[in-house]
Design a protein around this ligand. Structure first.
Ligand code: MG
Length: 269
């Protein structure tokens, strides 16, 4: 079985300091968590930026500050920026940070709901983001909030906007979108095209069981405070503890953890 890619999503757009003191929002805090988690087995860093007040932002300069803080650490963790719908609104806004030429960026290939707002990714927006990534040689990670997003991705591949190997992240347990159940995970996996790379990012108490199923099936895992502020009922998580737990489960399975070099090979970067 292929080695396990662990992606760290340390910040997201939702967690606040009031929710948890452990969420890194400033560039040097994000870089510190990235380095610690890299040493614990994470090879990809999914990056969201916050402004000076800690609010989600799509602005290029905030992402650039995070890149500069990462440069200072010399940590080779693979950089993946979010183009998600919670920060920027227009296609141009959402593509702003792609100018930094990260190795990877998120791309939702359809619309769904967040708990209290729409997650709008209409076809013209998806095409614009996918084309920008293609031109800049940025690997899209297809964020699957609902089953239709898999079929949409196959259509975009047909149009030449997405290239093999397709990389999917199955986002489960976001209220307003698909549930975090084993049944839904198996359904999604059955819908995936042959030869693709896929991971699970599960929000809520099903995070550990669904990540464990993914590890058993040859999928990969995303962890971090973006998806789970709690480690267990009533116990706040840290990014490091979340990565360490997945690394320990993989070890118990006898599945090796992918290094940055392994991950570049697996994703065709
Ligand atoms: Mg995200």
């Amino acid at each position: 079985m292929e080695k396990l890619i662990i992606t760290l999503a340390p910040t997201g757009n939702v967690p606040t300091r009031e929710m948890t003191p452990h969420v890194p929002t400033r560039p040097e805090e994000i870089a510190k968590d990235a380095v610690e988690c890299f040493h614990a087995g994470a090879s990809v860093l999914h990056i969201h930026a916050r402004d000076d007040e800690g609010r989600p932002t799509h602005l290029h300069d905030y992402f650039a500050d995070i890149f500069a803080a990462l440069d200072d650490t010399c940590c080779p963790i693979i950089r993946q920026i979010s183009t998600g719908a919670r920060a920027g609104k227009t296609p141009e806004d959402r593509a702003q940070a792609l100018a930094l030429n990260p190795a990877s960026a998120s791309l939702s290939t359809g619309s769904s709901n967040f708990p209290n707002s729409p997650n709008v990714n209409d076809p013209p927006l998806v095409r614009f983001l996918a084309k920008t990534m293609l031109e800049r040689n940025i690997k899209p990670e297809i964020e699957v909030f609902d089953t239709a997003m898999i079929w949409n991705a196959l259509d975009f591949r047909k149009e030449g906007l997405l290239k093999d190997p397709l990389q999917f992240n199955l986002v489960m347990g976001v209220k307003g979108s698909q549930p975090a159940t084993a049944k839904q995970l198996f359904h999604l996996v059955e819908c995936l095209p042959p030869g693709c790379v896929w991971s699970v990012s599960a929000v809520g108490p099903a995070h550990v069981p669904l990540s464990t199923i993914a590890i058993a099936l040859g999928g990969h895992v995303r962890v971090g405070l973006e998806d789970n502020v709690y480690y267990a009922k009533g116990v706040l998580a840290t990014n490091l503890a979340l990565v360490q737990r997945i690394a320990a489960i993989a070890k118990a399975f006898g599945r090796e953890i992918a290094t940055v070099e392994d991950t570049r090979r697996i994703l065709g970067l």
